[in-house]
Design a protein around this ligand. Sequence first.
Ligand code: XUL
Ligand code: CO
Length: 437
Amino acid sequence: MSYFPQVEKIQFEGKETKNKFAFRHYNADEIVLGKPMKEHLRFAVAYWHTMTQDGSDPFGMPTNERTWIGATEMETAKNRVEAFFEILEKLGAEYFCFHDIDVAPAGDSIEEFMNNLDEITDLIKVKMDQTGIKLLWNTANMFSHPRFNNGAGSTNDPEVFAYAAAQVKKGLDISKKLGGANYVFWGGREGYETLLNTDMKFEQDNIARLFKMVIAYAEKNGHKPQFLIEPKPKEPSKHQYDFDAATTMAFIQNYGLEGDFKLNLEANHATLAGHTFEHELRVAREYDALGSIDANQGDMLLGWDTDEFPTNVLDVTLAMYEILQNGGIAPGGINFDAKVRRSSFAMEDLLLAHIAGMDTFARGLKVAAKLIEDKFIENVIAERYGKWSSTDIGKSILAGEEDLESLSTYAYKHGDTIKLESSHIEYVKSVLNDYLF
Ligand code: XUL
Ligand code: CO
């Protein structure tokens, strides 16, 4: 049975097409910088927003029309697997991501939950084998259930810590069964409400303790995906420990988790932290820790995580520039951690929204590739720092031949005749616009 009988596999038809179920820019096999677009972009669909989001918000009831709701929770879960793979295949998206509770009902006990997970992930495996679609990452939802209201790894209750460990162990077993390339930790409630009752050091030590158990188990289990931490500064916690890329790298280094752990960076989380997305990607890249991305966009007029589908070509271009400069995103990918707006409630909006996101990333990729081919940004930067290589004083500072005294002597001699160069930022931005339009 088909959930989208009116839609065939989405094809690339180019910018002029009037067919809304067509790609206007994403052409999977088109070569960009020596590689097919699909290998650069490694698109993934997120189970939670696509299959379980119902369109409700704090002020209103569900709006989404979803034809996979069955008579029981298990029936719905099974229908969702069918529908999800139809969406992946029709979009030509080769990867997917999910939380444990997205795919299987929690049941009435931990045992029932785990059994449900086994049954549904067996079904998912059959679909993966049939279609060749791969698991980019899975994760354990350790933030929705009331037991986690004081955190999971950072909880004040060791029994909750044990429950979290059981969920992660299961997540790793599922990752092994499905050949997951990465495994994500987003610390939804790994943070605090008030320092009046919080031992911050103890909580962070315990998160690291859980992560070390994870590494040990993965090694023993014979399946070690790339572990990724997904930073976010707030929401649902008032303050989350993995605030942004730099804070999370400090955590990773502080606890000696480098290499095993990299970052999964999300655009809307970057903006919530007061950064651009490209800033977060650059920070990760400089630590050799750019693992994967959650593609979406926030609304600059709102202060929360709106998880919109990415449609801003400038932002995506600058993100793709970082990804290309990183040598690509594999074994990570571009996961649409994005949901349709409440008023886009039709089934077909799930396809249209992903087409919009994929087309935007295709455009961003093409523009970023052109910027690299033309060495546009490279030249701007080389020129801005040019004096470090064109002057004797620049060269000798970099060669380690100077100290405070010698530089002080130099400054006394030349300090009043420094000739500054303008950065011409407006000109640079205007030329960048020529690349976009
Ligand atoms: C929440 C968020 C999560 C993670 C996975 O803001 O981004 O969906 O991506 O837990
Ligand atoms: Co995310």
